[in-house]
Design a protein around this ligand. Structure first.
Ligand SMILES: [Fe+2]
Length: 289
């Protein structure tokens, strides 16, 4: 059946631009076709949507229950003034931390399924969002590496990743909710993940991953960094240059993403709705204190 929208793959192993629809107005058949395309491409980009918050939340909920409905990722403070880079407050540390490649909520008991992300205000230069195809990354690994990592797992923690930027949970400054500083047992996740809907294998690493059981700390960090460096290279990456009104939806089970720098004397306002993972497939394999 012909798709009820135009779809144009981007120049990478994944990702496509979808035109000819308003995502807030999809009937069930169109949404099913869109969902199938999402499983195939893992990242769908929708130019010129101008979603308001209820529309974005409603669209995100069609992919499944939400982990949270709407969070601002912005250098604009609630009083309308710009957050100053030099102040290096907790939100700035979160914005900077997000510039490392990662999957969302691997540091929570259940990894996120995906996210709808939209642009309201964008800077003139920079502020792209990068995505990396961890299915293609896994496929491209040599046989020896595949064999080496098959039985390995890593712990995932926001405490770990943010501490590298000097961000401690106890220093919450009011505007950052502190979300993600999970204080329960630290989730342990395999380095090789099987997608619950497509069956494709992918690499699961990123900035929150650390401390592979069975490896010493140096060896663990070296292996995790090597895997990230290998994975996040063309043709497996795509960086989206936002225009106001753009929206995307990505599959967090098989893509990593990263923010990129911009001139923070210019405002940038982005909105994130996080789709909850299915506990049967996205739960940690084990947890340790
Ligand atoms: Fe993220």
């Amino acid at each position: 059946m012909a798709r009820p929208f135009d779809i144009e793959p981007v120049d990478a192993t994944f990702g496509a631009v979808v035109r000819g629809i308003k995502v807030a107005e999809l009937d069930e058949a169109a949404f099913r076709a869109l969902y199938d395309a999402w499983l195939e491409y893992a990242l769908l980009i929708f130019p010129d949507q101008q979603l308001n918050h209820p529309q974005q939340i409603a669209f995100a909920k069609r992919f499944g229950p939400l982990e949270f409905e709407m969070a601002a990722l912005s250098n604009v403070k609630s009083d309308g003034t710009l957050r100053r880079e030099a102040d290096n407050d907790d939100m700035m540390k979160v914005l900077k931390g997000n510039m490392g490649w990662h999957h969302d909520s691997t540091y929570m008991p259940v990894q996120a399924k995906g996210a709808v992300f939209s642009a309201e205000v964008v800077p003139t230069i920079g502020g792209k969002t990068g995505f990396a195809d961890m299915r293609a990354a896994y496929d491209a690994l040599d046989a020896t590496t595949k064999q080496r990592i098959e039985g390995l797992s890593a712990y995932h923690s926001l405490h770990y990743s943010q501490s590298k930027l000097g961000h401690q949970a106890s220093q919450a400054d009011g505007e950052y909710s502190g979300y993600g500083f999970h204080n329960g047992p630290v989730p342990l996740r395999p380095l090789v993940k099987t997608h619950p809907e497509t069956g494709r294998k992918s690499l699961l690493v990123g900035r929150h991953a650390h401390n592979i059981p069975g490896l010493d700390r140096t060896e663990s960090e070296r292996l995790l960094q090597q895997l990230i460096d290998f994975a996040c290279q063309p043709p497996r990456i795509y960086h989206h240059d936002w225009k106001p009104g753009d929206a995307v939806v990505w599959d967090n089970r098989c893509l990593m993403h990263q923010a990129t720098p911009w001139d923070m004397t210019q405002p940038r306002v982005m909105w994130h709705s996080r789709i909850a993972g299915d506990p049967t497939s996205e739960s940690a394999v084990a947890q340790a204190a």
